[in-house]
Design a protein around this ligand. Structure first.
Ligand code: TXA
Ligand code: MG
Length: 350
């Protein structure tokens, strides 16, 4: 398939690309589009045939439900049913933004979109291009992240092209994604509501709306054996081609340990990457060192996490060793992605 690729530089001038992309959706095609979390791979959420193509293009398991994207808050009621007061309050506070609500679905949503579940994930993105594109398409857009399944999610258009050129009808590019990790998923079809995936909206922020909201045990802690509740969270994820290891504990001791590990791997003839931070980058003596950002503002780390993993692949390293982060606030989402990227291979320094 020939993929049409257009990048929006100035929204006013380039609106034509959004119209073109929306027409592809209306014709039952696939469109990659930017959002503030990561890029999405979209199709008309109400068109089973179009949605099936998403699963094929990504190589995604059929049992992994999709999130639908809306441009109008009231569409929560159009596609969801029995929407609770807490769901409404969360939507009022955090939409548009990086939060997905799981609600009971009504029969407008085909089974292929929700992977036969009776619930559906709904999100209203804050990205202006995303919202304009959804509005112009005049329908909800079902969209997983725009990567081949298992790979780190794309936060810029270059990575979407890398994974999906030739597999989709249209790639609509724009800026880098602002947040860099996927949306926080909150299941509000149950009480108390449960966070199924940590993201840009932290548990602390959610608790301002409802004190009882809690984090699914399957996505926190170090136990790989507790199964997460969101179907997609059980799959291998965010894996660069290189093996990933994470070193956790006192930062000075971690740096020391990582230096020792890097040295040993290099002695064995392996190419090693170190995922460092601005505070530590100059303390590593060997290997390819890339900084994720500053520990003083972990949003910089979330933003560059996936692109840095992919950059190490560009440089053909065999193994990536990463520092760990505090599991609080946005750090919960960062560590969740890192744990999945390393398959829970965490070296704990005491
Ligand atoms: O930020 C995001 O959410 C991005 C952008 C494109 O909006 N989308 C995204 O979609 O991350 P995806 O498909 O890569 O991840 C969706 C996750 C999967 O783990 C899936 O299992 C879970 O959401 N999910 C979707 N519907 C669900 C449902 N009804 N119940 C439980 N989990 C659900
Ligand atoms: Mg994904």
């Amino acid at each position: 398939m020939k993929t049409k690729i257009n990048i929006i530089k100035k929204l006013e001038k380039d609106k034509i690309f959004i119209d073109e992309a929306a027409n592809v959706i209306k014709d039952g095609g696939l469109v990659v589009f930017p959002t503030e979390t990561v890029y999405g791979l979209g199709a008309n959420a109400l068109d089973s045939e179009a949605v099936k193509k998403i699963f094929i293009a990504k190589g995604r398991h059929q049992d992994n439900p999709l999130i639908i994207h809306i441009a109008d808050k009231d569409d929560l009621y159009k596609y969801g049913k029995n929407v609770s007061k807490i769901a409404k309050d969360l939507a009022d506070k955090f939409w548009p933004g990086p939060m997905t609500l799981i609600v009971e679905k009504n029969n407008l949503i085909p089974d292929v979109t929700s992977a036969n579940l009776s619930t559906i994930g709904i999100r209203m993105p804050s990205d202006e291009v995303a919202r304009e594109f959804i509005k112009k398409s005049n329908v909800a857009i079902a969209a997983p992240s725009a990567n081949i399944s298992g790979r780190p999610s794309p936060t810029d258009v270059k990575r979407c092209i890398e994974d999906l050129d030739g597999r989709v009808d249209y790639i609509l590019g724009c800026n880098e994604s602002e947040v860099g990790v996927e949306s926080t998923i909150v299941d509000v079809s149950v009480y108390p509501p449960c966070v199924l995936r940590p993201g840009g909206i932290t548990l602390e922020m959610l608790k301002e709306v409802c004190q009882d909201i809690y984090m699914d045990k399957g996505i926190i802690g170090k136990d790989a054996n507790i199964k997460p509740k969101a179907p997609g969270m059980k799959y291998t994820h965010y894996s660069p081609k290189a093996r990933v290891r994470v070193v956790d504990g006192n930062l000075d001791k971690c740096v020391e340990k990582i230096n020792e590990m890097v040295h040993n791997y290099i002695e064995k003839g392996l190419r090693v990457g170190v995922m460092a931070t601005d505070e530590t980058r100059n303390e590593y003596k060997e290997g390819l060192v890339l900084s994720l950002g500053t520990r003083n503002d972990v949003s910089t780390i979330a933003k560059s996490l996936f692109s840095t993993l992919r950059e190490f692949d560009d440089k053909h390293v065999d193994i990536i060793i990463s520092e760990a982060f505090m599991e609080e606030g946005l750090g919960v989402a960062i560590m969740n992605r890192l744990k999945k990227a390393c398959g829970f291979d965490i070296v704990k320094i005491i």
